[in-house]
Design a protein around this ligand. Structure first.
Ligand SMILES: *Cc1c(COP(=O)(O)O)cnc(C)c1O
Length: 396
């Protein structure tokens, strides 16, 4: 940071390194000194097509010149097109657009509780898994809960251990309106649901007459090698939330509903500004059209294999692993080594990765990543591990 005072003006919400990034292209970022970094984090998986991809830049430029936003009280063409395309591609009947994942999950809970009033005698409790991204969400959103209709959200979340079907089944009671899960718990350290668990959870929901909600914020829009992770698992949610990769780097999230979960009336979600504005919707459309192009998801699956093999090789050599995740959402658990230390040495080697947990590295490169950039990343990662070893030796 050139001006040491400048960063004191930002509230200290996150520990950030001193690099100041000024340009991005695809899988590369450049700092103000002109140094290049290979980005395998992509803003925690938001830049699904990499930095400033031309399809996204062109769509934003074009739309910005026509119409940025007529306001939430009016239709705009982009949001109608995006809604139609997203519903068609995901087999959903309705969608609502928001600015962030947290808002979309909040909206998912509200929608489920509305359904509970109509179809399940006012049941309103949500069974979710411990360490999920949405677990603590309702408390964080207390301030935004509209006073009317009175649908409490601050309480009523029942957390159970992840990948434990018996615990999940046992937690579904008469007051339960829905089960809400991530197909892969990203922030908990890239922990994928087992096939048996996710399919069992979906079945339990059907049998007990409660809604099945999937939070696909991190797993959706091609990240796992399918448009949605639910395709990978062969399950179907009643309500599904999307965010991160959908906007390709701009704030855009979506709440999808199917069947009789499409039960919202005007005024029940509160009026979020910017959600589904023309500019953000143009971005979403550009991303979705790209991901749905023939061969795109084949590419994701193919480079995923290449990345997996390379990471597994390094993990074996360094005594870490086993690697976990799907597609281009991969986690590498470390044995007796701090993930934050590896993230730091990787940065010194010109590589951006992140550590969702103290003992786990996460890799979420652009879905357009090339074999060549994966090979370059593996070299930098190997050097980062070596640097960690040298630092540890110096400390002894
Ligand atoms: C990132 C994320 C969220 C929250 O999304 P924001 O856009 O940061 O509000 C919710 N759920 C999951 C699974 C996520 O990965």
């Amino acid at each position: 940071m050139r001006d040491p005072l400048a960063n004191r003006r930002l509230m200290h919400t996150l520990e950030r390194p001193s690099q100041l990034f000024v340009r991005g292209q695809g899988s590369w970022l450049w700092d103000v000194e002109g140094r290049a970094y290979l980005d395998f984090s992509q803003g925690w998986a938001v830049n699904s097509l990499g930095h400033s991809p031309s399809v996204l830049v062109d769509a934003l430029k074009h739309q910005a010149e026509y119409l940025i936003d007529p306001g939430p009280a009016f239709y705009n063409r982009c949001v109608l097109d995006l809604a139609a395309r997203l519903c068609q591609a995901t087999g959903s009947q309705q969608v609502h657009f928001l600015n962030s994942g947290a808002e979309a999950n909040q909206a998912a809970i509200r929608l489920a509780r509305k359904w509970g009033r109509l179809h399940r005698g006012g049941a309103w409790r949500i069974v979710t898994a411990r360490r999920s991204d949405h677990e603590h969400l309702p408390t964080a959103f207390d301030a935004q809960v509209p006073p009317s209709p009175p649908m409490p959200v601050a309480t009523g979340m029942d957390s159970v251990p992840y990948n434990d079907l018996e615990a999940l089944r046992a937690a579904i009671g008469p007051e339960t309106v829905a089960v809400m899960l991530e197909p892969v718990q990203g922030d908990a350290g890239v922990i994928p649901a087992t096939l048996e668990y996710l399919q069992g959870a979906a079945r339990a929901c059907r049998e007990r007459g409660v809604l099945f909600i999937l939070d696909e914020m991190q797993t959706g829009i091609g990240r796992c090698g399918a448009l949605l992770a639910e395709d990978l698992y062969g399950v179907r949610a009643d309500i599904l939330s999307l965010g991160k990769g959908l906007g390709g780097g701009v704030p855009l999230a979506a709440l999808l509903a199917r069947g009789n979960a499409c039960c919202l009336e005007p005024g029940e979600q509160g009026g979020a500004h910017h959600g589904g504005n023309a500019l953000m919707s143009a971005a979403g459309l550009a991303v979705l059209d790209t991901v749905l192009e023939p061969g795109f998801l084949d590419h994701v699956r193919e480079v995923s294999e290449h990345l997996r093999e390379g990471l597994a090789r390094i993990a074996r050599r360094e005594g870490h692993g086993p690697l976990r995740g799907h597609g281009l959402l991969l986690g590498l658990p470390l044995i007796r080594l701090s993930a934050a230390a590896v993230v730091r040495t990787a940065l010194e080697e010109g590589l951006l990765i992140d550590a969702p947990q103290a003992g786990c590295l996460r890799f979420t490169p652009a879905l357009t990543i090339s074999h060549g950039n994966i090979d370059e990343m593996l070299k930098r990662l190997a050097r980062a591990f070596a640097r960690c070893r040298r630092l540890a030796a110096e400390e002894d």
